[in-house]
Design a protein around this ligand. Structure first.
Ligand code: ZN
Length: 292
């Protein structure tokens, strides 16, 4: 893969490098004022499960200077089609965030609290030993969590955690209930309805985008949602699994989506962990409500 073989300088391979310096100062300011935060648009992406095809995702993100957080079950490293320890270090050194996703990928609400503690804590310790740096973000397998699970994730030392609730632009969510906007997967528009409790107009938008697309075209919806984020502010969060990219068309759709959201003036591109920090910095950092 180009990503693995590239001899380009680290700065070119590091989509997060310049943003890490945070020229806007947004993340270094614990109380961003309304003049800088109102209608701020954030783009972040996350990729679950540690499949080796994540390296191709990283390559596509790097080409477009987009950020990515890769959530990896520590027990799967080096197994079958999964990334190796070396692959993981390479991703981290290229500027991508690595997040925890348990050791064995159990559904955490289905196991006892001692097992949850081990799955969460051992994962964090293993990844940090491999990477030599803090691993601060976590993703719940299948997006399933409850108050006890959140408590264990927090106690393990993670700073934020992502679920799978979709169609959100929120930037004031609870740090351990980070939602997403769109999944790189051909859901039917009705599937999105289950993700909406209060924002009926977003469901209408999802429905119309799907009808316009005449199919389960998630890219059409992703673009419509991004346009809305540009108009109103908020976090546009793309979630995906590289193992769900079944064919060339799937990869092409993903590239079309990434092209659409990359290189936009005034958009703050950041990792999930940085978004978590932003959320922690103020209840209305971007002026979007939690139920959006
Ligand atoms: Zn998973």
């Amino acid at each position: 893969m180009v990503f693995m073989k590239s001899t380009e300088s680290k700065s070119e391979l590091s989509p997060g490098a310049s943003r890490d310096r945070d020229p806007s100062g947004m993340f270094s300011n614990p109380n961003p004022g309304p003049a800088t935060s109102r209608n701020m648009v954030v783009v972040t992406t996350s990729w679950d499960d540690g499949d080796r095809r994540d390296l191709k995702i990283a390559e596509l993100l790097t080409l477009r200077k987009l950020p990515g957080t890769f959530y990896v079950p520590s027990g799967s490293l080096g197994n079958n089609s999964n990334m190796s320890v070396t692959d993981l270090r390479e991703l981290a050194n290229a500027g991508f965030e690595i997040g925890g996703h348990t050791v064995n990928h159990p559904i955490l609400t289905d196991i006892d609290s001692g097992s949850v503690r081990r799955e969460v804590g051992d994962c964090k310790r293993s990844l940090e030993a491999i990477l030599g740096r803090e691993v601060s973000s976590f993703a719940y397998p299948r997006g399933r969590f409850n108050a006890e699970v959140v408590s264990e994730v927090r106690k393990a030392g993670f700073r934020c955690a992502r679920g799978v609730r979709m169609l959100s632009f929120a930037c004031d969510f609870p740090p351990f209930e980070m939602p997403v906007t769109i999944q790189a997967y051909p859901h039917r528009w009705r599937d999105y309805g289950r993700n909406l409790i209060r924002r009926g107009e977003i469901l209408a938008l999802a429905k119309s985008a799907m009808v316009i697309g005449r199919s389960t075209n998630w890219v059409q919806l992703g673009k419509a949602l991004f346009d809305r984020a540009l108009q109103e502010g908020g976090a546009w969060h793309l979630l995906g699994h590289s193992w769900e990219m079944k064919d060339e068309n799937g990869w092409r759709e993903l590239e079309e989506m990434l092209d659409y959201v990359s290189g936009r003036d005034g958009v703050h591109y950041c990792s999930n962990g940085e978004l978590g920090q932003l959320v922690a910095s103020g209840p209305n950092a971007t002026g979007r409500r939690a139920d959006s």
